[in-house]
Design a protein around this ligand. Structure first.
Ligand SMILES: *Cc1c(COP(=O)(O)O)cnc(C)c1O
Length: 397
């Protein structure tokens, strides 16, 4: 198989071409290698493969050619030396922590990370002796103050969900390194098409490929990216514990990466127009979108990201005798086209009420502290025509 890679290619070209390998059959679209194991020519070759003396595939829990193509393409896009593909975004986070931390170690995490990541850190990994401190994403001093001798990881998402807060990756990387910790950035919302955290000094990138990398809501998958020596134990955990990416899913994600740049551009373009329109609607009190000049970290976001991305949240005004929550639910129920689901990163726009769905397991006080009000609605803007999206939200006028 020949590997198609060229360091001079632009990001769009890398998305289409990088990492591709072709068999003797000359297929243009990459092949799906649905095989659990690989055959050796003889006993000596089997021994050499197992001893790591000869490169090559052994078993698909370790490596698989379709998964390898996906890893190489995503690594090229993120500018990473190494990529480990996983069965989901959550298993990427799990593998990252299991590979890098041990019992008794400490993590400083942003308070506004994906809800299941909070559960993983505080309910599951805590039982295995891992300590975690949660601090505000926009307060670098708090990360510094929370750091301990045993802090191994700073863990953030930027922009955050659902309020699209942004952190200064370069500044946080510096603080992490002074504390002897690695900065891990969950880059799910932006993807490398809009933001490349390694360029700002982050050490590790997490992806839920389930979102924009797939782009059409079909498969679950994830990835951990960074330097090879740092990720060696992460890969070791994966090949031993087994939450590896399936070859079929890797193929879907390979196809997704080919169109990532055009999709993210179109998603962002739609979202900026919609966010601007939302700010003008009588039923909307406040809009949260890093691509709007009204966003408190607009300047930082525009310096770090190519555009604002495709997640917009807004506070619905309590009016017409409805409470804030009733007004939010009324809006959601008035839509005819937008999907009522908490997923994101799909060509189909989705609408959700964070307080009663994604953040319902968080206490009312913690929600209030995080600024997630009862009137907050989040839209993950898809690829429908902007006029049809506005028409579906017409009850906000
Ligand atoms: C969805 C998501 C995850 C988890 O990914 P899965 O593929 O659902 O396991 C992690 N981080 C962020 C930011 C997400 O949106």
């Amino acid at each position: 198989m020949t590997n198609f890679n060229n360091e001079k290619w632009h990001p769009e070209t890398l998305g289409v071409r990088a990492g591709s390998e072709h068999t003797q059959f000359g297929e243009n679209s990459e092949a799906i290698f649905l095989t659990s194991s690989f055959v050796f020519e003889n006993a000596a070759q089997a021994a050499a493969r197992f001893a790591g003396k000869e490169p090559g595939n052994i078993y698909s829990r370790f490596t698989n050619p379709t998964v390898t193509m996906f890893q190489n393409k995503l690594a090229a896009l993120e500018g990473a030396e190494f990529c480990v593909a996983t069965s989901s975004g959550m298993s990427a986070i799990l593998a990252c922590v299991m590979g890098i931390c041990s019992s008794g170690d400490h993590i400083v995490a942003s308070r506004s990370i994906f809800g299941t990541s909070v559960q993983l850190f505080s309910n599951i990994l805590a039982r295995w002796g891992l300590q975690v401190s949660f601090v505000s994403l926009t307060d670098p001093e708090a990360f510094k103050a929370a750091s301990q001798k045993n802090t191994k990881i700073f863990f953030v998402e930027t922009p955050s969900n659902p309020l699209t807060e942004v952190c200064d990756i370069a500044q946080l990387a510096e603080i992490a390194h002074l504390a002897g910790a690695l900065l891990v950035v969950d880059n799910c919302f932006c993807t490398p098409a809009l933001q490349k955290p390694l360029d700002f000094g982050a050490d590790i990138i997490i992806h839920s490929a389930t979102k924009y990398i797939d782009g059409q809501g079909r498969c679950l998958g994830g990835a951990v990216l960074g330097k090879k020596d740092v990720l060696e134990p992460v890969y070791g955990f994966l090949r031993t514990a087994g939450p590896t990416m399936s070859a079929f899913n890797a193929w879907v994600f390979l196809k997704g990466l080919e169109t990532l740049h055009v999709r993210m551009e179109a998603h962002s373009r739609n979202t900026l127009v919609l966010a601007t329109w939302l700010e003008q609607q009588a039923g909307v009190a406040r809009v949260y979108y890093p691509g709007l000049a009204s966003h408190p970290q607009y300047a930082l976001a525009m310096q770090q990201q190519k555009s604002g991305g495709a997640i917009v949240s807004f506070d619905v005004k309590p009016r017409n005798g409805l409470t804030a929550q009733e007004a939010a639910w009324h809006l959601i129920d008035s839509t005819k086209m937008i999907s009522i689901t908490a997923n994101l990163g799909d060509a189909k726009s989705t609408i959700t009420h964070p307080a009663t769905t994604t953040h319902s397991r968080v206490s009312a006080q913690a929600r209030a502290d995080a600024g997630i009000g009862d009137g907050l609605v989040r839209i993950a803007v898809g690829l429908e025509h902007i006029d049809d999206l506005k028409a579906d939200l017409a009850s906000l006028a």
